[in-house]
Design a protein around this ligand. Sequence first.
Ligand code: NAG
Ligand code: NAG
Ligand code: NAG
Ligand code: NAG
Ligand code: NAG
Ligand code: NAG
Ligand code: NAG
Ligand code: NAG
Ligand code: NAG
Ligand code: NAG
Ligand code: NAG
Ligand code: NAG
Length: 562
Amino acid sequence: MKLTSVLSLLTAVTLTTATPIEVEYGNETLNRPLIHMTPTYGWMNDPNGLWYDSKEELWHVYYQYNPNDTVWGLPLYWGHATSKNLTTWTQHDVAIIPPANDSGAYSGSIVVDYNNTSGFFTESTDPAQRAVAIWTYNTPESETQYVSYSTDGGYTFTNYDQGNPVLDLNSTQFRDPKVFWHEESQKWILTVAKTQQFKIAIYSSTNLTTWTHESDFEREGYLGYQYECPGLVKLPLPKNDTTSTENVLSYSNGTLVSNNTVPAETDKWAFFISINPGSIQGGSSTQYFIGDFNGTHFVADYPNTNVIDLGKDYYAMQTFFNSPDGDVYSIGWASNWQYSAYVPTDPWRSSMSLVRKFSLEDFQANPETRILNIKSTPVIDYDVFNFGETFAYENETLNTNNTLHYDLAKNFDGLVEFNLTFTANSSAYGNHDFAGLDLFLRGDMNKNEYLRLGFGANAAAFYIDRGHTEVPFVSSNPFFTDKVSVNNQPSEYVTNEITKYKVYGIADRNILELYFNDGSQVSTNTYFFTGGNFIGEADIEVAADGVFEIEDFQIRQMTLKL
Ligand SMILES: *[C@@H]1O[C@H](CO)[C@@H](O)[C@H](O)[C@H]1NC(C)=O
Ligand SMILES: *[C@@H]1O[C@H](CO)[C@@H](O)[C@H](O)[C@H]1NC(C)=O
Ligand SMILES: *[C@@H]1O[C@H](CO)[C@@H](O)[C@H](O)[C@H]1NC(C)=O
Ligand SMILES: *[C@@H]1O[C@H](CO)[C@@H](O)[C@H](O)[C@H]1NC(C)=O
Ligand SMILES: *[C@@H]1O[C@H](CO)[C@@H](O)[C@H](O)[C@H]1NC(C)=O
Ligand SMILES: *[C@@H]1O[C@H](CO)[C@@H](O)[C@H](O)[C@H]1NC(C)=O
Ligand SMILES: *[C@@H]1O[C@H](CO)[C@@H](O)[C@H](O)[C@H]1NC(C)=O
Ligand SMILES: *[C@@H]1O[C@H](CO)[C@@H](O)[C@H](O)[C@H]1NC(C)=O
Ligand SMILES: *[C@@H]1O[C@H](CO)[C@@H](O)[C@H](O)[C@H]1NC(C)=O
Ligand SMILES: *[C@@H]1O[C@H](CO)[C@@H](O)[C@H](O)[C@H]1NC(C)=O
Ligand SMILES: *[C@@H]1O[C@H](CO)[C@@H](O)[C@H](O)[C@H]1NC(C)=O
Ligand SMILES: CC(=O)N[C@H]1CO[C@H](CO)[C@@H](O)[C@@H]1O
């Protein structure tokens, strides 16, 4: 068919008025997550400036914040929250204020300048509280890097007016500086995105104000439309046997070696880059590379892209500066730019993920190949909760005629966690069967609203179906993917036919985090039920006989102690 005839066909179509996508508010304030940080009101996106104050033993989280609307807009501030326990959060006044109403204090990071390398501090500021923020000043003309410092433990900041901007490339696409202290070279290292050149520039400094360009990490992995929010962290390599220091696995050039004839590496560097739009999942996500950093250059061991969270709602991940013992803790923004402006919450929009601790593990990617993988462990302080009854089930083969039903609706507040360990027997189903194991988490007031989670043995994948709800946004927004899946590796190959899987899940009113095989893979997805319709029932069903054995299932409600 010629182009002209296509055009004439198109013009023949009668146009009708499109149905607008509407945001309908009901009882949404009832659905504010309990332990996923949200602003009290207004719009929130990227986490910024994560740091730990070792004097006050207090964790600080800042974030991209528009207090004047529930959608992104200028002026854009740094909102601020703190936590003692990384589980419940206290909101504070805005910390960084953009100098003009048509400008933004865009994403950036905070370091603790113990040694006063910047000269910003006097003896009156405790070394553990010498917080220096490096952030992007966005104006209609340019994006440049600004420095501000705090002498009151991170609540208010003073701009370094004599020296700002500290980096200016006369560019409108130059942002998201993340700074850390590189002990080996005794220098500050800054990674920053030249977003639309697909480059992460690496700079070094001795005083946080004069920066020397060292290298660019460019065009690696998945590109999408642009690179944002870089981050470089050191992680110790896993030990072969946690009970013995003798059996440390040896790695050489990123490859596991089974003898000690080559010097063992003790750690690796992970380089994080966020992509938006155009990520693998659609919209926004965060990828990473594992390799080495020598103070000037990062070199990846392998060119493959790894995705830190396989769900639809995890972006702009950052790590904390100065966490105890050098452990790596992170937070991601639990939304997706494809639909973040429309999600039905009010008077606030968006939550953060739970804090996660990262570690490297030797991961069985498939039966032939092991790779280094970042394992994510949720950080939850269980002292802050009261618990409902735990429903448990052990070592039973599930058949099509024995559905498990749990009535959880006692003491419920919309926060539920579960653990499920099961095996699947590949000799017990045929190619025509859909060998599925379903976990339904149903609303208590309206059981037609539910999450359907489960494992499809034929596809060796875990599915998440968040589409069964009466909230109009879920059915009307074409980007709010109702079904998401994770290519699910077994935690153990029990026999040739039998494989074992583990999943831990935590559902917090409108956000579900799933950790597979103790955190080898993670999937974070928001979901929306009618206000107040909190999860009150769970069912497990299977679609094929003799395939699945539940080795362990536990589920319980949690409420916050007052
Ligand atoms: C958790 O930390 C917050 C401060 O961020 C505090 O208000 C709360 O009492 C703590 N909860 C518990 C149970 O320790
Ligand atoms: C502070 O100075 C000490 C001693 O010179 C050095 O070991 C340490 O790495 C420095 N730390 C920072 C964050 O500057
Ligand atoms: C900055 O960039 C703009 C737009 O590309 C250009 O017109 C201007 O000359 C540049 N200014 C400098 C100082 O390089
Ligand atoms: C920061 O360090 C650079 C290079 O050593 C130096 O030229 C500059 O004057 C220093 N800045 C301040 C404010 O001390
Ligand atoms: C490390 O491995 C990569 C990929 O196999 C190879 O290209 C590179 O030459 C190796 N480097 C060293 C120092 O052995
Ligand atoms: C790990 O340790 C076990 C003994 O605990 C040993 O048999 C095995 O070879 C080690 N694996 C590697 C890769 O070093
Ligand atoms: C030990 O590992 C190195 C690197 O993989 C390899 O070249 C060497 O042949 C191995 N030696 C033995 C005795 O297996
Ligand atoms: C760091 O690595 C780069 C790339 O491999 C190399 O060119 C550079 O010389 C190294 N620098 C140091 C200080 O080792
Ligand atoms: C269930 O099976 C697991 C794995 O075979 C075993 O470790 C556990 O003791 C069993 N539990 C019960 C109650 O039989
Ligand atoms: C269904 O349940 C009955 C009674 O408990 C049992 O005898 C039968 O074996 C079950 N069916 C299958 C396929 O296991
Ligand atoms: C709002 O929540 C209350 C209490 O849970 C419930 O009775 C009411 O039906 C809800 N209203 C709407 C519009 O969902
Ligand atoms: C332009 C505008 O409305 N700015 C307001 C945004 O919110 C902050 C904090 O409440 C106000 O101080 C600004 O005036």
